[in-house]
Design a protein around this ligand. Structure first.
Ligand code: NAD
Ligand code: UDP
Length: 343
């Protein structure tokens, strides 16, 4: 059952555009989440009417507090696995709905898989009915534990089909299949981004992914939990850089015929990340080791040549700069004040 959280004023008169010019309408599924709320903010700034659709599994209402004051924004509480509310009309659809953190997507793996497959089908049908462009938030997880490094889009990956991560990895792989089949079968304009680990403001303290875990642990003076040796690598992109990539991919004059990697090619071991977080928080926390989760990929680094050459996109914010912003965010969230470095 869907619940309208705020009614969109479709004919609101505060447009910057001419009286006869219709504003574009965008749907952001997963709009109350970490990346979804940043995307909604960006689209509103770019002049769209924006509807967020979210089941609030990992997304939070307070991510939308500021946006809900905007007359061009509304939010519908709905699970994309279920039939979508009738009468929705959009020019552009972004599908970000899916829990992204391993502990969250493993809580109800069957629902996670349904979200990627049935949820994508529902949104693709909506795009077809509306003749709308549709964007899919895919993931570097489609590369699994990769044998090719860095990973170009042409690499097919090395993914376990039946492990605890498979509900997410295989769900996202199936969704990619559906998106490109809708493109081939119905001529739908689809844009698929393979997103590498992204972090920043509006992550939840209990999200469970490594950057938020380490920052929250360091700010609370708790031990930083490194899984395994910590020699596994990831490439961390700051959210603002990624959102710019989303918008460029969606607005590219022609749709790329394949998924596009979006991520920061800087590659760090998890131990290096832990040390950086301790430095940035000036924390006395120690680093402790915990067992490595099953199928945890050993290395991850995007080859972003396609995005660089065709979208003119590359990340601008270094890990150090991004961590500084994110530490400030969590410090304010947890303690209501900016961290005084050195105190
Ligand atoms: P997030 O968990 O903060 O956001 C996901 C949002 O989707 C939440 O608001 C959640 O409530 C909503 N949602 C989940 N299942 C839903 C359903 N069935 N129906 C409606 N809403 C649902 O995660 P995020 O980091 O913002 O990720 C957003 C998208 O980007 C996800 O699809 C994720 O797979 C993808 N992605 C993110 C990263 C990253 O590093 N942040 C990396 C790769 C891919
Ligand atoms: N990780 C860790 N400590 C934590 C959380 C995660 O060492 O508290 C590790 C995890 O095992 C993985 C890496 O950090 O090797 C990235 O984990 P995350 O869950 O953020 O993303 P993903 O594994 O999906 O890339």
């Amino acid at each position: 059952m869907s619940k309208l959280i705020k009614v969109l004023k479709l004919e609101s008169g505060n447009s910057q555009r001419g009286a006869n010019q219709k504003r574009s309408r965008a749907l952001v599924a997963g709009g109350a989440g970490f990346l979804g709320s940043h995307l909604c903010e960006r689209l509103l700034r770019d002049g769209y009417d924006v509807v967020a659709l979210d089941n609030f599994h990992t997304g939070k209402r307070y991510n939308l507090n500021v946006l809900l004051r905007n007359p061009r924004f509304t939010c519908i509480e709905h699970d994309i696995v279920d039939a979508l509310p009738l009468g929705l009309q959009f020019d552009e659809i972004y599908n970000l709905a899916c829990p992204a953190s391993p502990p969250h997507y493993q809580e109800d793996p069957i629902h996670t898989f349904k979200t990627s497959v049935l949820g994508s089908l529902n949104l693709l049908e909506l795009a077809r009915q509306n003749n709308a462009k549709i964007f899919q938030a895919s993931t570097s997880e489609v590369y699994g534990d990769p044998f090719v490094h860095p990973q170009p889009e042409s690499y097919f990956g090395n993914v376990n089909t039946h492990g605890p991560r498979s509900c997410y990895d295989e769900g996202k792989r199936s969704a990619e299949t559906l998106f490109f089949d809708y493109s081939r079968t119905y001529g739908l304009d689809v844009r698929v981004a393979r997103i590498f680990n992204t972090y920043g403001r509006r992550m939840q303290p209990d999200d469970g992914r490594v950057v938020s875990n380490f920052i929250v642990q360091a700010l609370r003076g708790e031990d930083l939990t490194v899984y395994g040796s910590g020699l596994q690598t990831r490439s961390f992109c700051y959210a603002d850089d990624l959102i710019e990539g989303f918008v460029r991919l969606m607005n590219a004059p022609s749709a790329p015929k394949h998924p596009v990697n979006l991520g920061n090619p800087g590659e760090f071991t998890i131990m290096e990340l832990a040390t950086l977080v301790v430095d940035h928080t000036n924390s006395r926390s120690k680093i402790v080791h915990r067992p490595l989760p099953v199928d945890d990929p050993r290395q991850r680094k995007p080859d972003i040549s396609f995005a660089r050459d065709n979208l003119g996109w590359e990340p601008k914010i270094s890990l150090s700069q991004g961590l500084a912003h994110t530490v400030d965010y969590f410090d304010t969230l947890l303690y209501g004040s900016k961290l005084v470095k050195g105190a």
